[in-house]
Unconditional design. Sequence first.
Lengths: 231, 253
Amino acid sequence: MRSRFQKGLDELKERLLEMGGMAEAAIELAVDSYRKRDGRLAQQVFERETMINESERSIDELAVDLLAMQQPMATDLRFVLAVLKINSDLERVGDLAVNIAQRSLDLAQEEEVEVPVDITRMSAAVSTMVRRALESFLSAKAEVAQAVLEMDSIVDRMKDEAFVNLVAQMRQNPEQVRQYLDVLLITRSLERIADHATNIAEDVIFWVSGADVRHNARFSQEPDSDAPRRE
Amino acid sequence: MGVGIEVKDLNAWFGKAQILKEINIKVDPNAVTAVIGPSGCGKSTFIRCLNRMHETNPDARLTGSVQVGDIDVYKPGTDAVDVRRRIGMVFQKPNPFPTMSIYDNVAAGLRLNGYNKRHDLDASVEHSLKMAALWDEVKDVLKKKSGSSLSGGQQQRLCIARALAVQPELLLMDEPASALDPISTGKIEELIFQLKTQYTVVIVTHNMQQAARVADFTGFFLMGKLIEFDKTEKIFTTPSDKRTEDYITGRFG
């Protein structure tokens, strides 16, 4: 194995995991800023986002350098392609954390209202998905990634329930529509973060197994019926 | 039009050393097939078995069968010279006849096959040089310049023109661009792409990027065995066998 190339791959993995850590922290801070009505925490999310954006650029650059100079093949090629896509997903996670923080700042200006949505529970599920997706990337385990895909529908249901409950509240208390809308937007951002975690998991499965499981195609460890001709 | 190839239970030896072991492969007509593998894996021997070049070594022998279009290559009674006329070959190092003019290099095979009419030869030389994407560069010096006066890349295209002049059904190329600069390599690769509309091409290459660029199918050989044969994009993105994966990612050994 070419040592310079291997070093590049290792560095790419390390930097992406570092960025994943920043994205996870940004989600946690954003949700805390909502729960505690704390503008300082929201500010920290904005700062994280700048760091995440810088990280995205540097990872893209390194990945493109590896593609151009080392011409990776097979698992290495899939790895670099997966990194490029995960990089983009994590950057979007950073943006969505900013959206949550902005809504939290808005809410902090408004009269506090009782909301029929358990944001803590929903954000815990979403954070778990992101963490597991990153764990599957760290450990190169397709089965861990598969478990993330299965969690997505739980978060989708939470968002749908939140929508129904919040619309009902808006009808009952039209003077508090603004607060309910902010919460609705927060649930939407959380659900979209879960979608990005799903994308990350799909990319890990692609890297590890070569299988394309996007758009509801399931990962299978069964041999391909269209198997190639071999010795 | 190109022809298909079917190799069954092919084993080949040099003396006591077995170079190829139980090779079975089916190649589609008008496709480019790349043969890759580490040095000594048997890939050059494999393509030399396709046109009976293997047996030109006195120690060589083989078992199994090779069918190229309607030619049963090893059927008793099949004429080896006829096989080699119908299956052209281009080697790693360009080998034009050094003292012959460009024209005579291309016409040599035709003359050996009894074509002597000036008009026919002129037309065939022009057609072959055009097929080999060399015509525009040499049309004014066809009889003035020798084959060896051309650049390395031009010499290789001259050898391809020479191989095409006798209208082979299959073209074998043994590392045809390994001694060439990137510009000449690009021309040869473009030429291979154009040739497959009319010929079946089998190319041995050490350059995996080249295999990925030019081939529709790729076979990976290791220690005399065909480990994996599949569509090129499959081999280079998601190979099925770990040995193929290890080789193409440089983790081999």
